[in-house]
Design a protein around this ligand. Structure first.
Ligand code: SAM
Length: 415
């Protein structure tokens, strides 16, 4: 990997030195609203309405939207979130044909295929790089499956683990203002932390980004326990805070359909098999069983293997009836996709795609926080903004409104 641009200092928190101030602004720009009207798929993102602060390499005219690329786009969870945050998608790619079909039906454009077949310079300039990079080499299930098959895993997996290095190569080539990466929570612990350390050092030491990360459970926004790690990086030393999420959220009854076709009810054969399997594992002291829930509960994590037997989320239908799986539409809701999201593929493919996806409203909040951060001055620090507001208020009370510039306040503080 080239080390051509060695700017800024490595940091897990924002650095306070070596900063450029573009504008003295009077106040932090208003946050984009959380209560945006329901998303219409295919709608063009609302342009940001606040101060323009483009990165050096990704200049944009005032009022034009921040551009993002949607790598490993799947069915477009990142796309909905970033469009809702006012950004414009300029490139998408995913290897999977059914993901491409779904994405095209909803966004009117067919994603490109294998990332390795696309030269770095064929990807258009962008401000934000988004990637829910394939997690199989990093997930507990993926690791144990691969180990049991005698395969390598993590970075040694030439087909999937190295996709992270492809990402790093793209970040190095394009130097976007920011990136947002998503993966399974287990990424942090994989290979005794070695995998995550390599990722972290690549992003900070080698690429010189200022990087933040957090594990977020989606259950505050959708009725599903789903923990994912989000890694957000900025080319410049910007202050960033992950949004807060409620600890508790809606229950399954909020996403269940009133009328569900019989084909989603488990056959006697499958239901007997799952019960016997669970009993066997319970006797052996293992906790692996099916997840039988009612509308008053929340679901376990929907996985890409849900199509096989649906065992992780089975809906109780009363004592005289076998439980049922979720329908694909219920899976869409469980992942926070909008009601008009089109599902043009078979149930099996739909389960796989939703199980691989991001929870849209979680990412939407992160996207808005990233956009807000990029629209502030590079050296924005919340404590300075608070101090500025206090002075404004005190001044206004005594002698009418006063103008306190963020830049002056910062200079005074430094001096
Ligand atoms: C975890 S999923 C991401 C899902 C996506 N974030 C969403 O919201 O639907 C990873 C995706 O990477 C895709 N993928 C794997 N290898 C790829 C490659 N070499 N080039 C492009 N896409 C690839 C898979 O098809 C899969 O859809």
């Amino acid at each position: 990997m080239s080390a051509k641009r060695k700017r800024g200092a490595r940091s897990t928190a924002p650095a306070t030195t070596n900063r450029k101030v573009r504008d003295g602004v009077e106040a932090a720009p208003p946050s984009l609203r959380e209560d945006a009207s329901p998303y219409r798929v295919g709608a063009v993102g609302r342009p940001p309405q606040t101060a323009d602060a483009p990165g050096e390499s990704q200049q944009r005219s005032a009022g034009s939207p921040l551009r993002f690329i949607d790598l490993f786009c799947g069915i477009g969870g990142f796309r909905i979130a970033f469009e809702r945050a006012g950004c414009q998608c300029v490139f998408s790619c995913d290897l999977d044909e059914h993901a491409q079909i779904t994405y095209e039906a909803n966004f009117g454009e067919r994603p490109r295929g294998d990332i390795y077949s696309i030269p770095d310079n064929a990807i258009p300039p962008h401000h934000i790089l988004c990637a829910g990079f394939p997690c199989q080499p990093f997930s507990i299930a993926g690791v144990s499956k691969k180990l049991s098959l005698g395969r390598k895993h993590g970075f040694e997996d030439k087909e999937q683990g190295n996709l992270f290095f492809k990402l790093a190569e793209l970040i190095d080539h394009h130097r976007p203002d920011a990136f947002v990466l998503e993966n399974v929570k287990h990424l942090q612990r994989h290979d005794h932390g070695r995998t995550f350390r390599i990722i972290w050092e690549t992003l900070t030491d080698h690429l010189k980004y200022h990087v933040y990360h957090r594990v977020i459970d989606a259950q505050g926004l959708v009725p599903q326990h789903r923990e994912r790690i989000f890694i957000v990086g900025f080319r410049e030393a910007r202050h960033f805070e992950f949004p807060e999420f409620p600890a508790e959220g809606p229950k399954l009854e909020s996403i269940l359909e009133a009328e569900v076709p019989e084909k989603y009810t488990l056959t006697d054969h499958l239901w007997n098999y799952l019960q016997a399997y669970a009993a066997k594992h319970k006797a052996a002291g293992n906790g692996f069983g099916f997840g039988l829930v009612t509308g008053k509960n929340i679901a376990r994590t929907l996985s890409a293997r849900y199509y096989k037997d649906g065992s992780e989320i089975l809906i109780f239908q009363g004592p005289r009836k076998n439980p049922r799986r979720l329908t694909p539409r219920e899976c869409a809701r469980l992942m926070g996709f909008p009601e008009d999201f089109k599902i043009p593929v078979s149930d099996t493919q739909a389960y796989k795609r939703f199980g691989n996806s991001v929870v849209v409203p979680v990412l939407e909040r992160i996207a808005k926080a990233v956009v807000d951060t990029l629209q502030r001055p590079v050296d924005f620090r919340p404590e300075l903004a608070l101090e500025m507001n206090d002075k404004e208020n005190a001044g206004a009370a005594k002698r009418g409104p006063v103008q306190v510039s963020y830049r002056k306040l910062r200079a005074k503080r430094k001096g």
